[in-house]
Ligand binder design. Structure first.
Ligand code: FAD
Ligand code: SF4
Length: 347
């Protein structure tokens, strides 16, 4: 802050924080530690008791002490924060960690304090070591989003958990556990989740979550998955993100509109589509990107609920302008896809 006003005159620099990935990005290696004796013992125990559970145990690079967590924070501030803003929404094949901070594990279990992370970023800005868009973006994630979802949880539980405003009923597809799908974006995000117990925000929201939303997956099954697979998952933070931000199951309490998107968004913000079985530029047919027709099918299926949302007006007007034949093709493609999915075929 600059007195009562925000530094730079704006509260939000997100317009500068949505850059697509570019070739030759030099992403620093994430901070990693050798497991100490206690950690080795725990790893052995987990291997013996839970070897059939989701997730890969080795390597185990996480910080397990306060001193190590502080090193993660320090290295984020010096190595990644300067580019955090620019590439906050970008996804790159085989770069699961990007320029994110990787501190949620430690914030949520108490090894780091949110205020010290915010102050470290603020200090980097004042020393000219981090640009304003990155600093503001990072502080808003911690001070804004994290506290906001915590507030929603404590204000609205226990009723929040049972909500299913869009009446979504489909079971969680097998590929959320196996990564066996021809949709490269989902294959990458599930595989990385399995290896690292981590996926960054846009992978969770716009790939894994977007599919769950537009395919109409049941909130209970989706919540269970997110709670099991991420090392930073605690119900107070996981549930509002999944039921509110991803699934719109809370009828718009947390987010003003559903984060639904077609393949074009994933193609703009990642390089996944280049190595996909499906064609992101095709709208219909067996080789078209499933996100393309499922997106419109989602809007058609939920028209009654969403048509009058002021932020959805433009998109529903486009849907209205679509001819009956095109809508029928979208519905037929989606029905074919859902039939295969529900029959446990590889999609
Ligand atoms: C479907 C879904 C499920 C999620 N589940 C969890 C969860 O179980 N636990 C969890 O801590 N975060 C969750 N998030 C929020 C966010 O994705 C993670 O906090 C972030 O990816 C953690 O990585 P990072 O530390 O590198 O974060 P960065 O991208 O570097 O962000 C910095 C910090 O900001 C905070 N933050 C950013 N966005 C959010 C948010 N939407 N809600 C809460 N805190 C936020 C986190 O503490 C994070 O460490 C979820 C998001 C989605 C869309
Ligand atoms: S083409 Fe579609 S399914 Fe394939 S990676 Fe791109 S968005 Fe995902």
């Amino acid at each position: 802050m600059d007195g009562k006003d925000p530094v730079g005159g704006q509260w939000n620099y997100d317009a500068e924080n949505r850059k697509p990935p570019k070739d030759g990005l030099n992403v620093p290696k994430p901070t990693a530690f050798e497991p100490d004796d206690i950690t080795q013992d725990v790893l052995k125990l987990v291997e013996a008791e839970f070897s059939d559970h989701f997730g890969v145990l080795h390597p185990f690079p996480f910080a397990v002490t306060r001193a190590q967590a502080l090193v993660v924070l320090e290295e984020f501030i010096s190595d990644r924060l300067p580019q955090f803003g620019d590439f906050q929404d970008a996804m790159v094949q085989n770069e699961p960690w990007m320029f994110h901070s990787h501190i949620s594990f430690y914030l949520n279990c108490g090894l780091l304090d949110p205020l010290e992370c915010i102050k470290a970023a603020e200090e980097a800005y004042h020393h000219g070591a981090s640009p304003l868009n990155a600093t503001e973006g990072f502080i808003r994630q911690v001070l804004g989003w994290r506290e906001y979802v915590r507030g929603i949880y404590w204000l609205k539980m226990p009723d929040y958990k049972g909500q299913n405003a869009l009446n979504a009923t489909r079971a969680l597809p097998d590929f959320y556990w196996t990564a066996e799908t021809q949709m490269n974006c989902l294959r990458q995000c599930v595989s990385e989740t399995k290896s690292n117990a981590y996926a960054h925000h846009i992978q969770r929201l716009m790939v894994l979550g977007n599919f769950a939303l537009i395919a109409g997956l049941h909130p209970d099954e989706v919540n269970e998955w997110y709670l099991l697979v991420y090392a930073d998952a605690y119900e107070w933070v996981e549930l509002p993100n999944v039921s509110g931000m991803v699934l719109f199951a809370d009828d718009g309490l947390l987010a003003s509109k559903p984060y639904a998107a077609s393949g074009a968004y994933i193609n703009r913000m990642s390089d996944y589509c280049k190595s996909c079985h499906y064609k992101v530029t095709k709208k219909n047919g067996p080789d078209a990107c499933p996100f393309n027709y499922l997106y419109w099918d989602f809007l058609i299926r939920n028209g009654e609920k969403l048509r009058n949302n002021p932020r959805m007006g433009l998109i529903y007007r486009s849907l209205q302008r679509m001819g009956d034949e095109k809508r029928a093709t979208i519905e037929a493609d989606s029905a074919r896809f859902f039939k295969a999915l529900d029959n446990h075929e590889k999609v």
